[in-house]
Design a binder for this molecule. Sequence first.
Ligand code: GCV
Length: 726
Amino acid sequence: MKQFLKLYTTTFLGLFLLTSTPLFSMSNGYGLWLDYTKIKDKVVLEGYRSQLQGIYLEEGGATLKVIGEELTMGLGTLLDTNLKFNALGGDGNMLIVSKYMNLPKNLTEKMEVDDLKKEGYIIKNVDMEGGSHVVITARDDIGLLYGTFHFLRLLQMHKPLKNLEIVESPKVDIRMLNHWDNLDRTIERGYSGFSIWNWQTLPDYIDQRYIDYARANASVGINGTAVTSVNANALILTPHYLEKVKALADVFRPYGLKVYLTARFSAPIEIGGLKTADPLDAKVIQWWKNKADEIYSIIPDFGGFLVKANSEGQPGPQNYGRTHLDGANLLADALAPHNGVVMWRAFVYSEHDPTDRAKQAYNEFVPDDGKYRENVLIQVKNGPIDFQPREPFHPMFGAMPNTPLMMEFQITKEYLGFATHLVYLPKLFEEVLKSDTYRKGKGSLVAKVIDGSLNHKKLTGMAGVSNIGTDFNWTGHPFGQADWYGFGRLAWNPYMDSKDIADEWLRCTFTNDEHFVGPVKKMMMESREAVVNYMDPLGLHHIFDTGHHYGPGPWVDNLSRPEWNPVYYHKADSLGIGFDRTKTGSDALFQYAPEVQKMFTDLETCPEEYLLWFHHVPWDYRLKNGRTLWDGLGIKYQKGVDQVREMIATWEQMKPYVDDLRYKQVTMLLNIQLKEAKWWRDACMLYFQTFSKMDFPKEMEAPEHALEYYRSLQFPYAPGIRPSWN
Ligand code: GCV
């Protein structure tokens, strides 16, 4: 970690002069969850020192070298000692890191490798003559690297090594970040600075950040990255840029991180000089084939293409009267000889389609189930609209048994308070993954679609839209790191409990002190419900202010496309509020399995979290607690505000356990969050009151301003918006 600090000291000297506490002498967040510090607990430290007296590391290429460096740095700092790298066979308790086939026979005999898959690993304590060893073994180098990170995490968390027996294999093949980074270094929906990819100085200048980025991803098992935005620029596919991408791929390779690119569908015209991008045109077909060959000649382990087509103005096959199927298969054929994949996004909706936006993706894709090439994955957002604080799971999950469907989560908080709100996203991710699609009876969880087990899919994947930028601590909010970390852990194993992930992250990032871990973990776990309460309670959705999505805008009704207007989603009127998606309304519910339809259709069984997502309900409708819908809405908004107050109270108690810098940062951010939670409550309730004409419930605090004040707020420079949308 020291070298990172040194590197950034110079850059931040200016900042240092402005602050009373020198940034480079304290934990500033750059080291993420990998900021190994010396173990202070003497008993734990001595235990580890006697258990780890030397290291045997098999010889090998670049990944083995990375493992050696990580162990030297990690163990050197955690145990405050310089462990020697020894040959096998001496006396003493050793850490042995070696691929299975290279272990001596007396050790292989003790390893159960039948279940061990590609990239998987075993960490096992083996007592033998000569010592009690900890063995990290795998089938491949990357498995050893992942095992090494897991092993170091055990030490960071003060876990016992005695009798250790861990067998881990990833449940999902492609575990990747999607960067919505533009070539000019702005980031669509990015709130943590600019893009970390400096295209101007690549390929000659390798920023230390690229290496640290790869290392951080490897530490949680992320093995892919699409470095450019889905609103793609065709230039990334030109030789000039491919050389730069190659430089990144070379840095990432030892860490098991593959590069993917976003492919602009009209690239054959824009950079290829063709007159058309029609997917059935012979010249277009040849152009993509040549392009794929060219990319692989430069980057032999290139992952493939990620494509947004015919969505929000992006070009696509439908411009030529063709289908998504035609487009996806065109690119798949070009990549297939090189084992590349196409991730074709299902986030499509059209202003020319008057049906409920929530229904459009399913209608476009499901009829072609089974017709996609084997190397195509359809990438589906977790819910049918767009990364709202809460959405029901996307009806496509489970509805295409003959096509690999991969998950797209959003790690950056476009609709969850940007990088200023503390909202622990793995809780949201877990809720989606554990949702039951009922497609093959009870227990057909979304997680089973994603890991391929529901329909025996060979190719599987999970993507997360990155929240990473040039901010010193990568993610702006110190707790945003937990979302990156948690995404990686869930992509590795979609059945993990988000609470366990929070526990790991807190211990590795801050401290093992239970006085800290307990309350802060509770705060993180409750933070997701808090944001739902103060933004979108009871199934409300997409009532954000225009374009930038910063703050409330339930009144917006003047955008060119109907489905871009919040009024389209809440449908408040004098009778009530909510989107009727039952048979009497858009019938979007029809797209779910009968059991799910039934549950959401019946007001008795529809969970209140989804009430206004599926139903238009009268203002005086009685909720399960006997209160009217109107009162219930106000009570939820108030609860969200109160929950943020509780978060602040919790954090105030944490001062003794956190470094000064992060303590202050989180304190300031929580206060912004409180201010904005009140803003949401007041703006939404005042606006909805113009329809309900009812008094606020007694539990709700009086709004601070009149509705007109909230309606007048403008934020022309709110971050993260595409310049053309401003
Ligand atoms: C990259 C939403 C966002 C857009 C984003 C789009 C997508 O509409 O607001 O910024 O574009 O989703 O996922 O393609």
